[in-house]
Design a protein around this ligand. Structure first.
Ligand code: FAD
Length: 71
């Protein structure tokens, strides 16, 4: 990558633009496909963490702790 430049990708292809910073945006939608694929095939499947509700690392750890403490 050229210093001071960023590559913009779109449906029309890629273009090189002047940029001194790049801001990354990610979605906040839970990704549950692995859970959906497993839940009726395995005896005990739990949905925890961001897959259940996108939040932060503390919620993911608390979810895991709750499951682990009831095993
Ligand atoms: C850019 C960014 C910055 C963040 N900064 C902070 C922060 O500063 N502080 C904070 O507390 N939280 C932060 N978070 C949120 C935090 O990262 C998440 O809440 C936390 O990682 C959720 O943990 P998790 O174990 O539920 O999911 P993840 O950490 O996402 O772990 C899920 C794992 O499952 C794997 N996986 C998914 N689907 C499949 C599949 N089909 N087969 C096999 N493996 C699969 C993934 O590759 C991943 O390794 C940030 C999140 C992002 C995106």
């Amino acid at each position: 990558m050229e210093p001071g430049k960023a590559i913009l990708g779109s449906q029309d292809g890629e273009s090189l633009v002047d940029a001194d910073s790049v801001i990354l945006c990610v979605s906040y939608r839970a990704e549950k496909s692995l859970y959906e694929a497993c839940k009726n095939k395995l005896p005990e499947v739990r949905l925890i963490g961001d897959a259940n509700n996108v939040s932060n690392i503390m919620y993911a750890i608390w979810d895991a702790y709750e499951v682990a403490s009831t095993l």
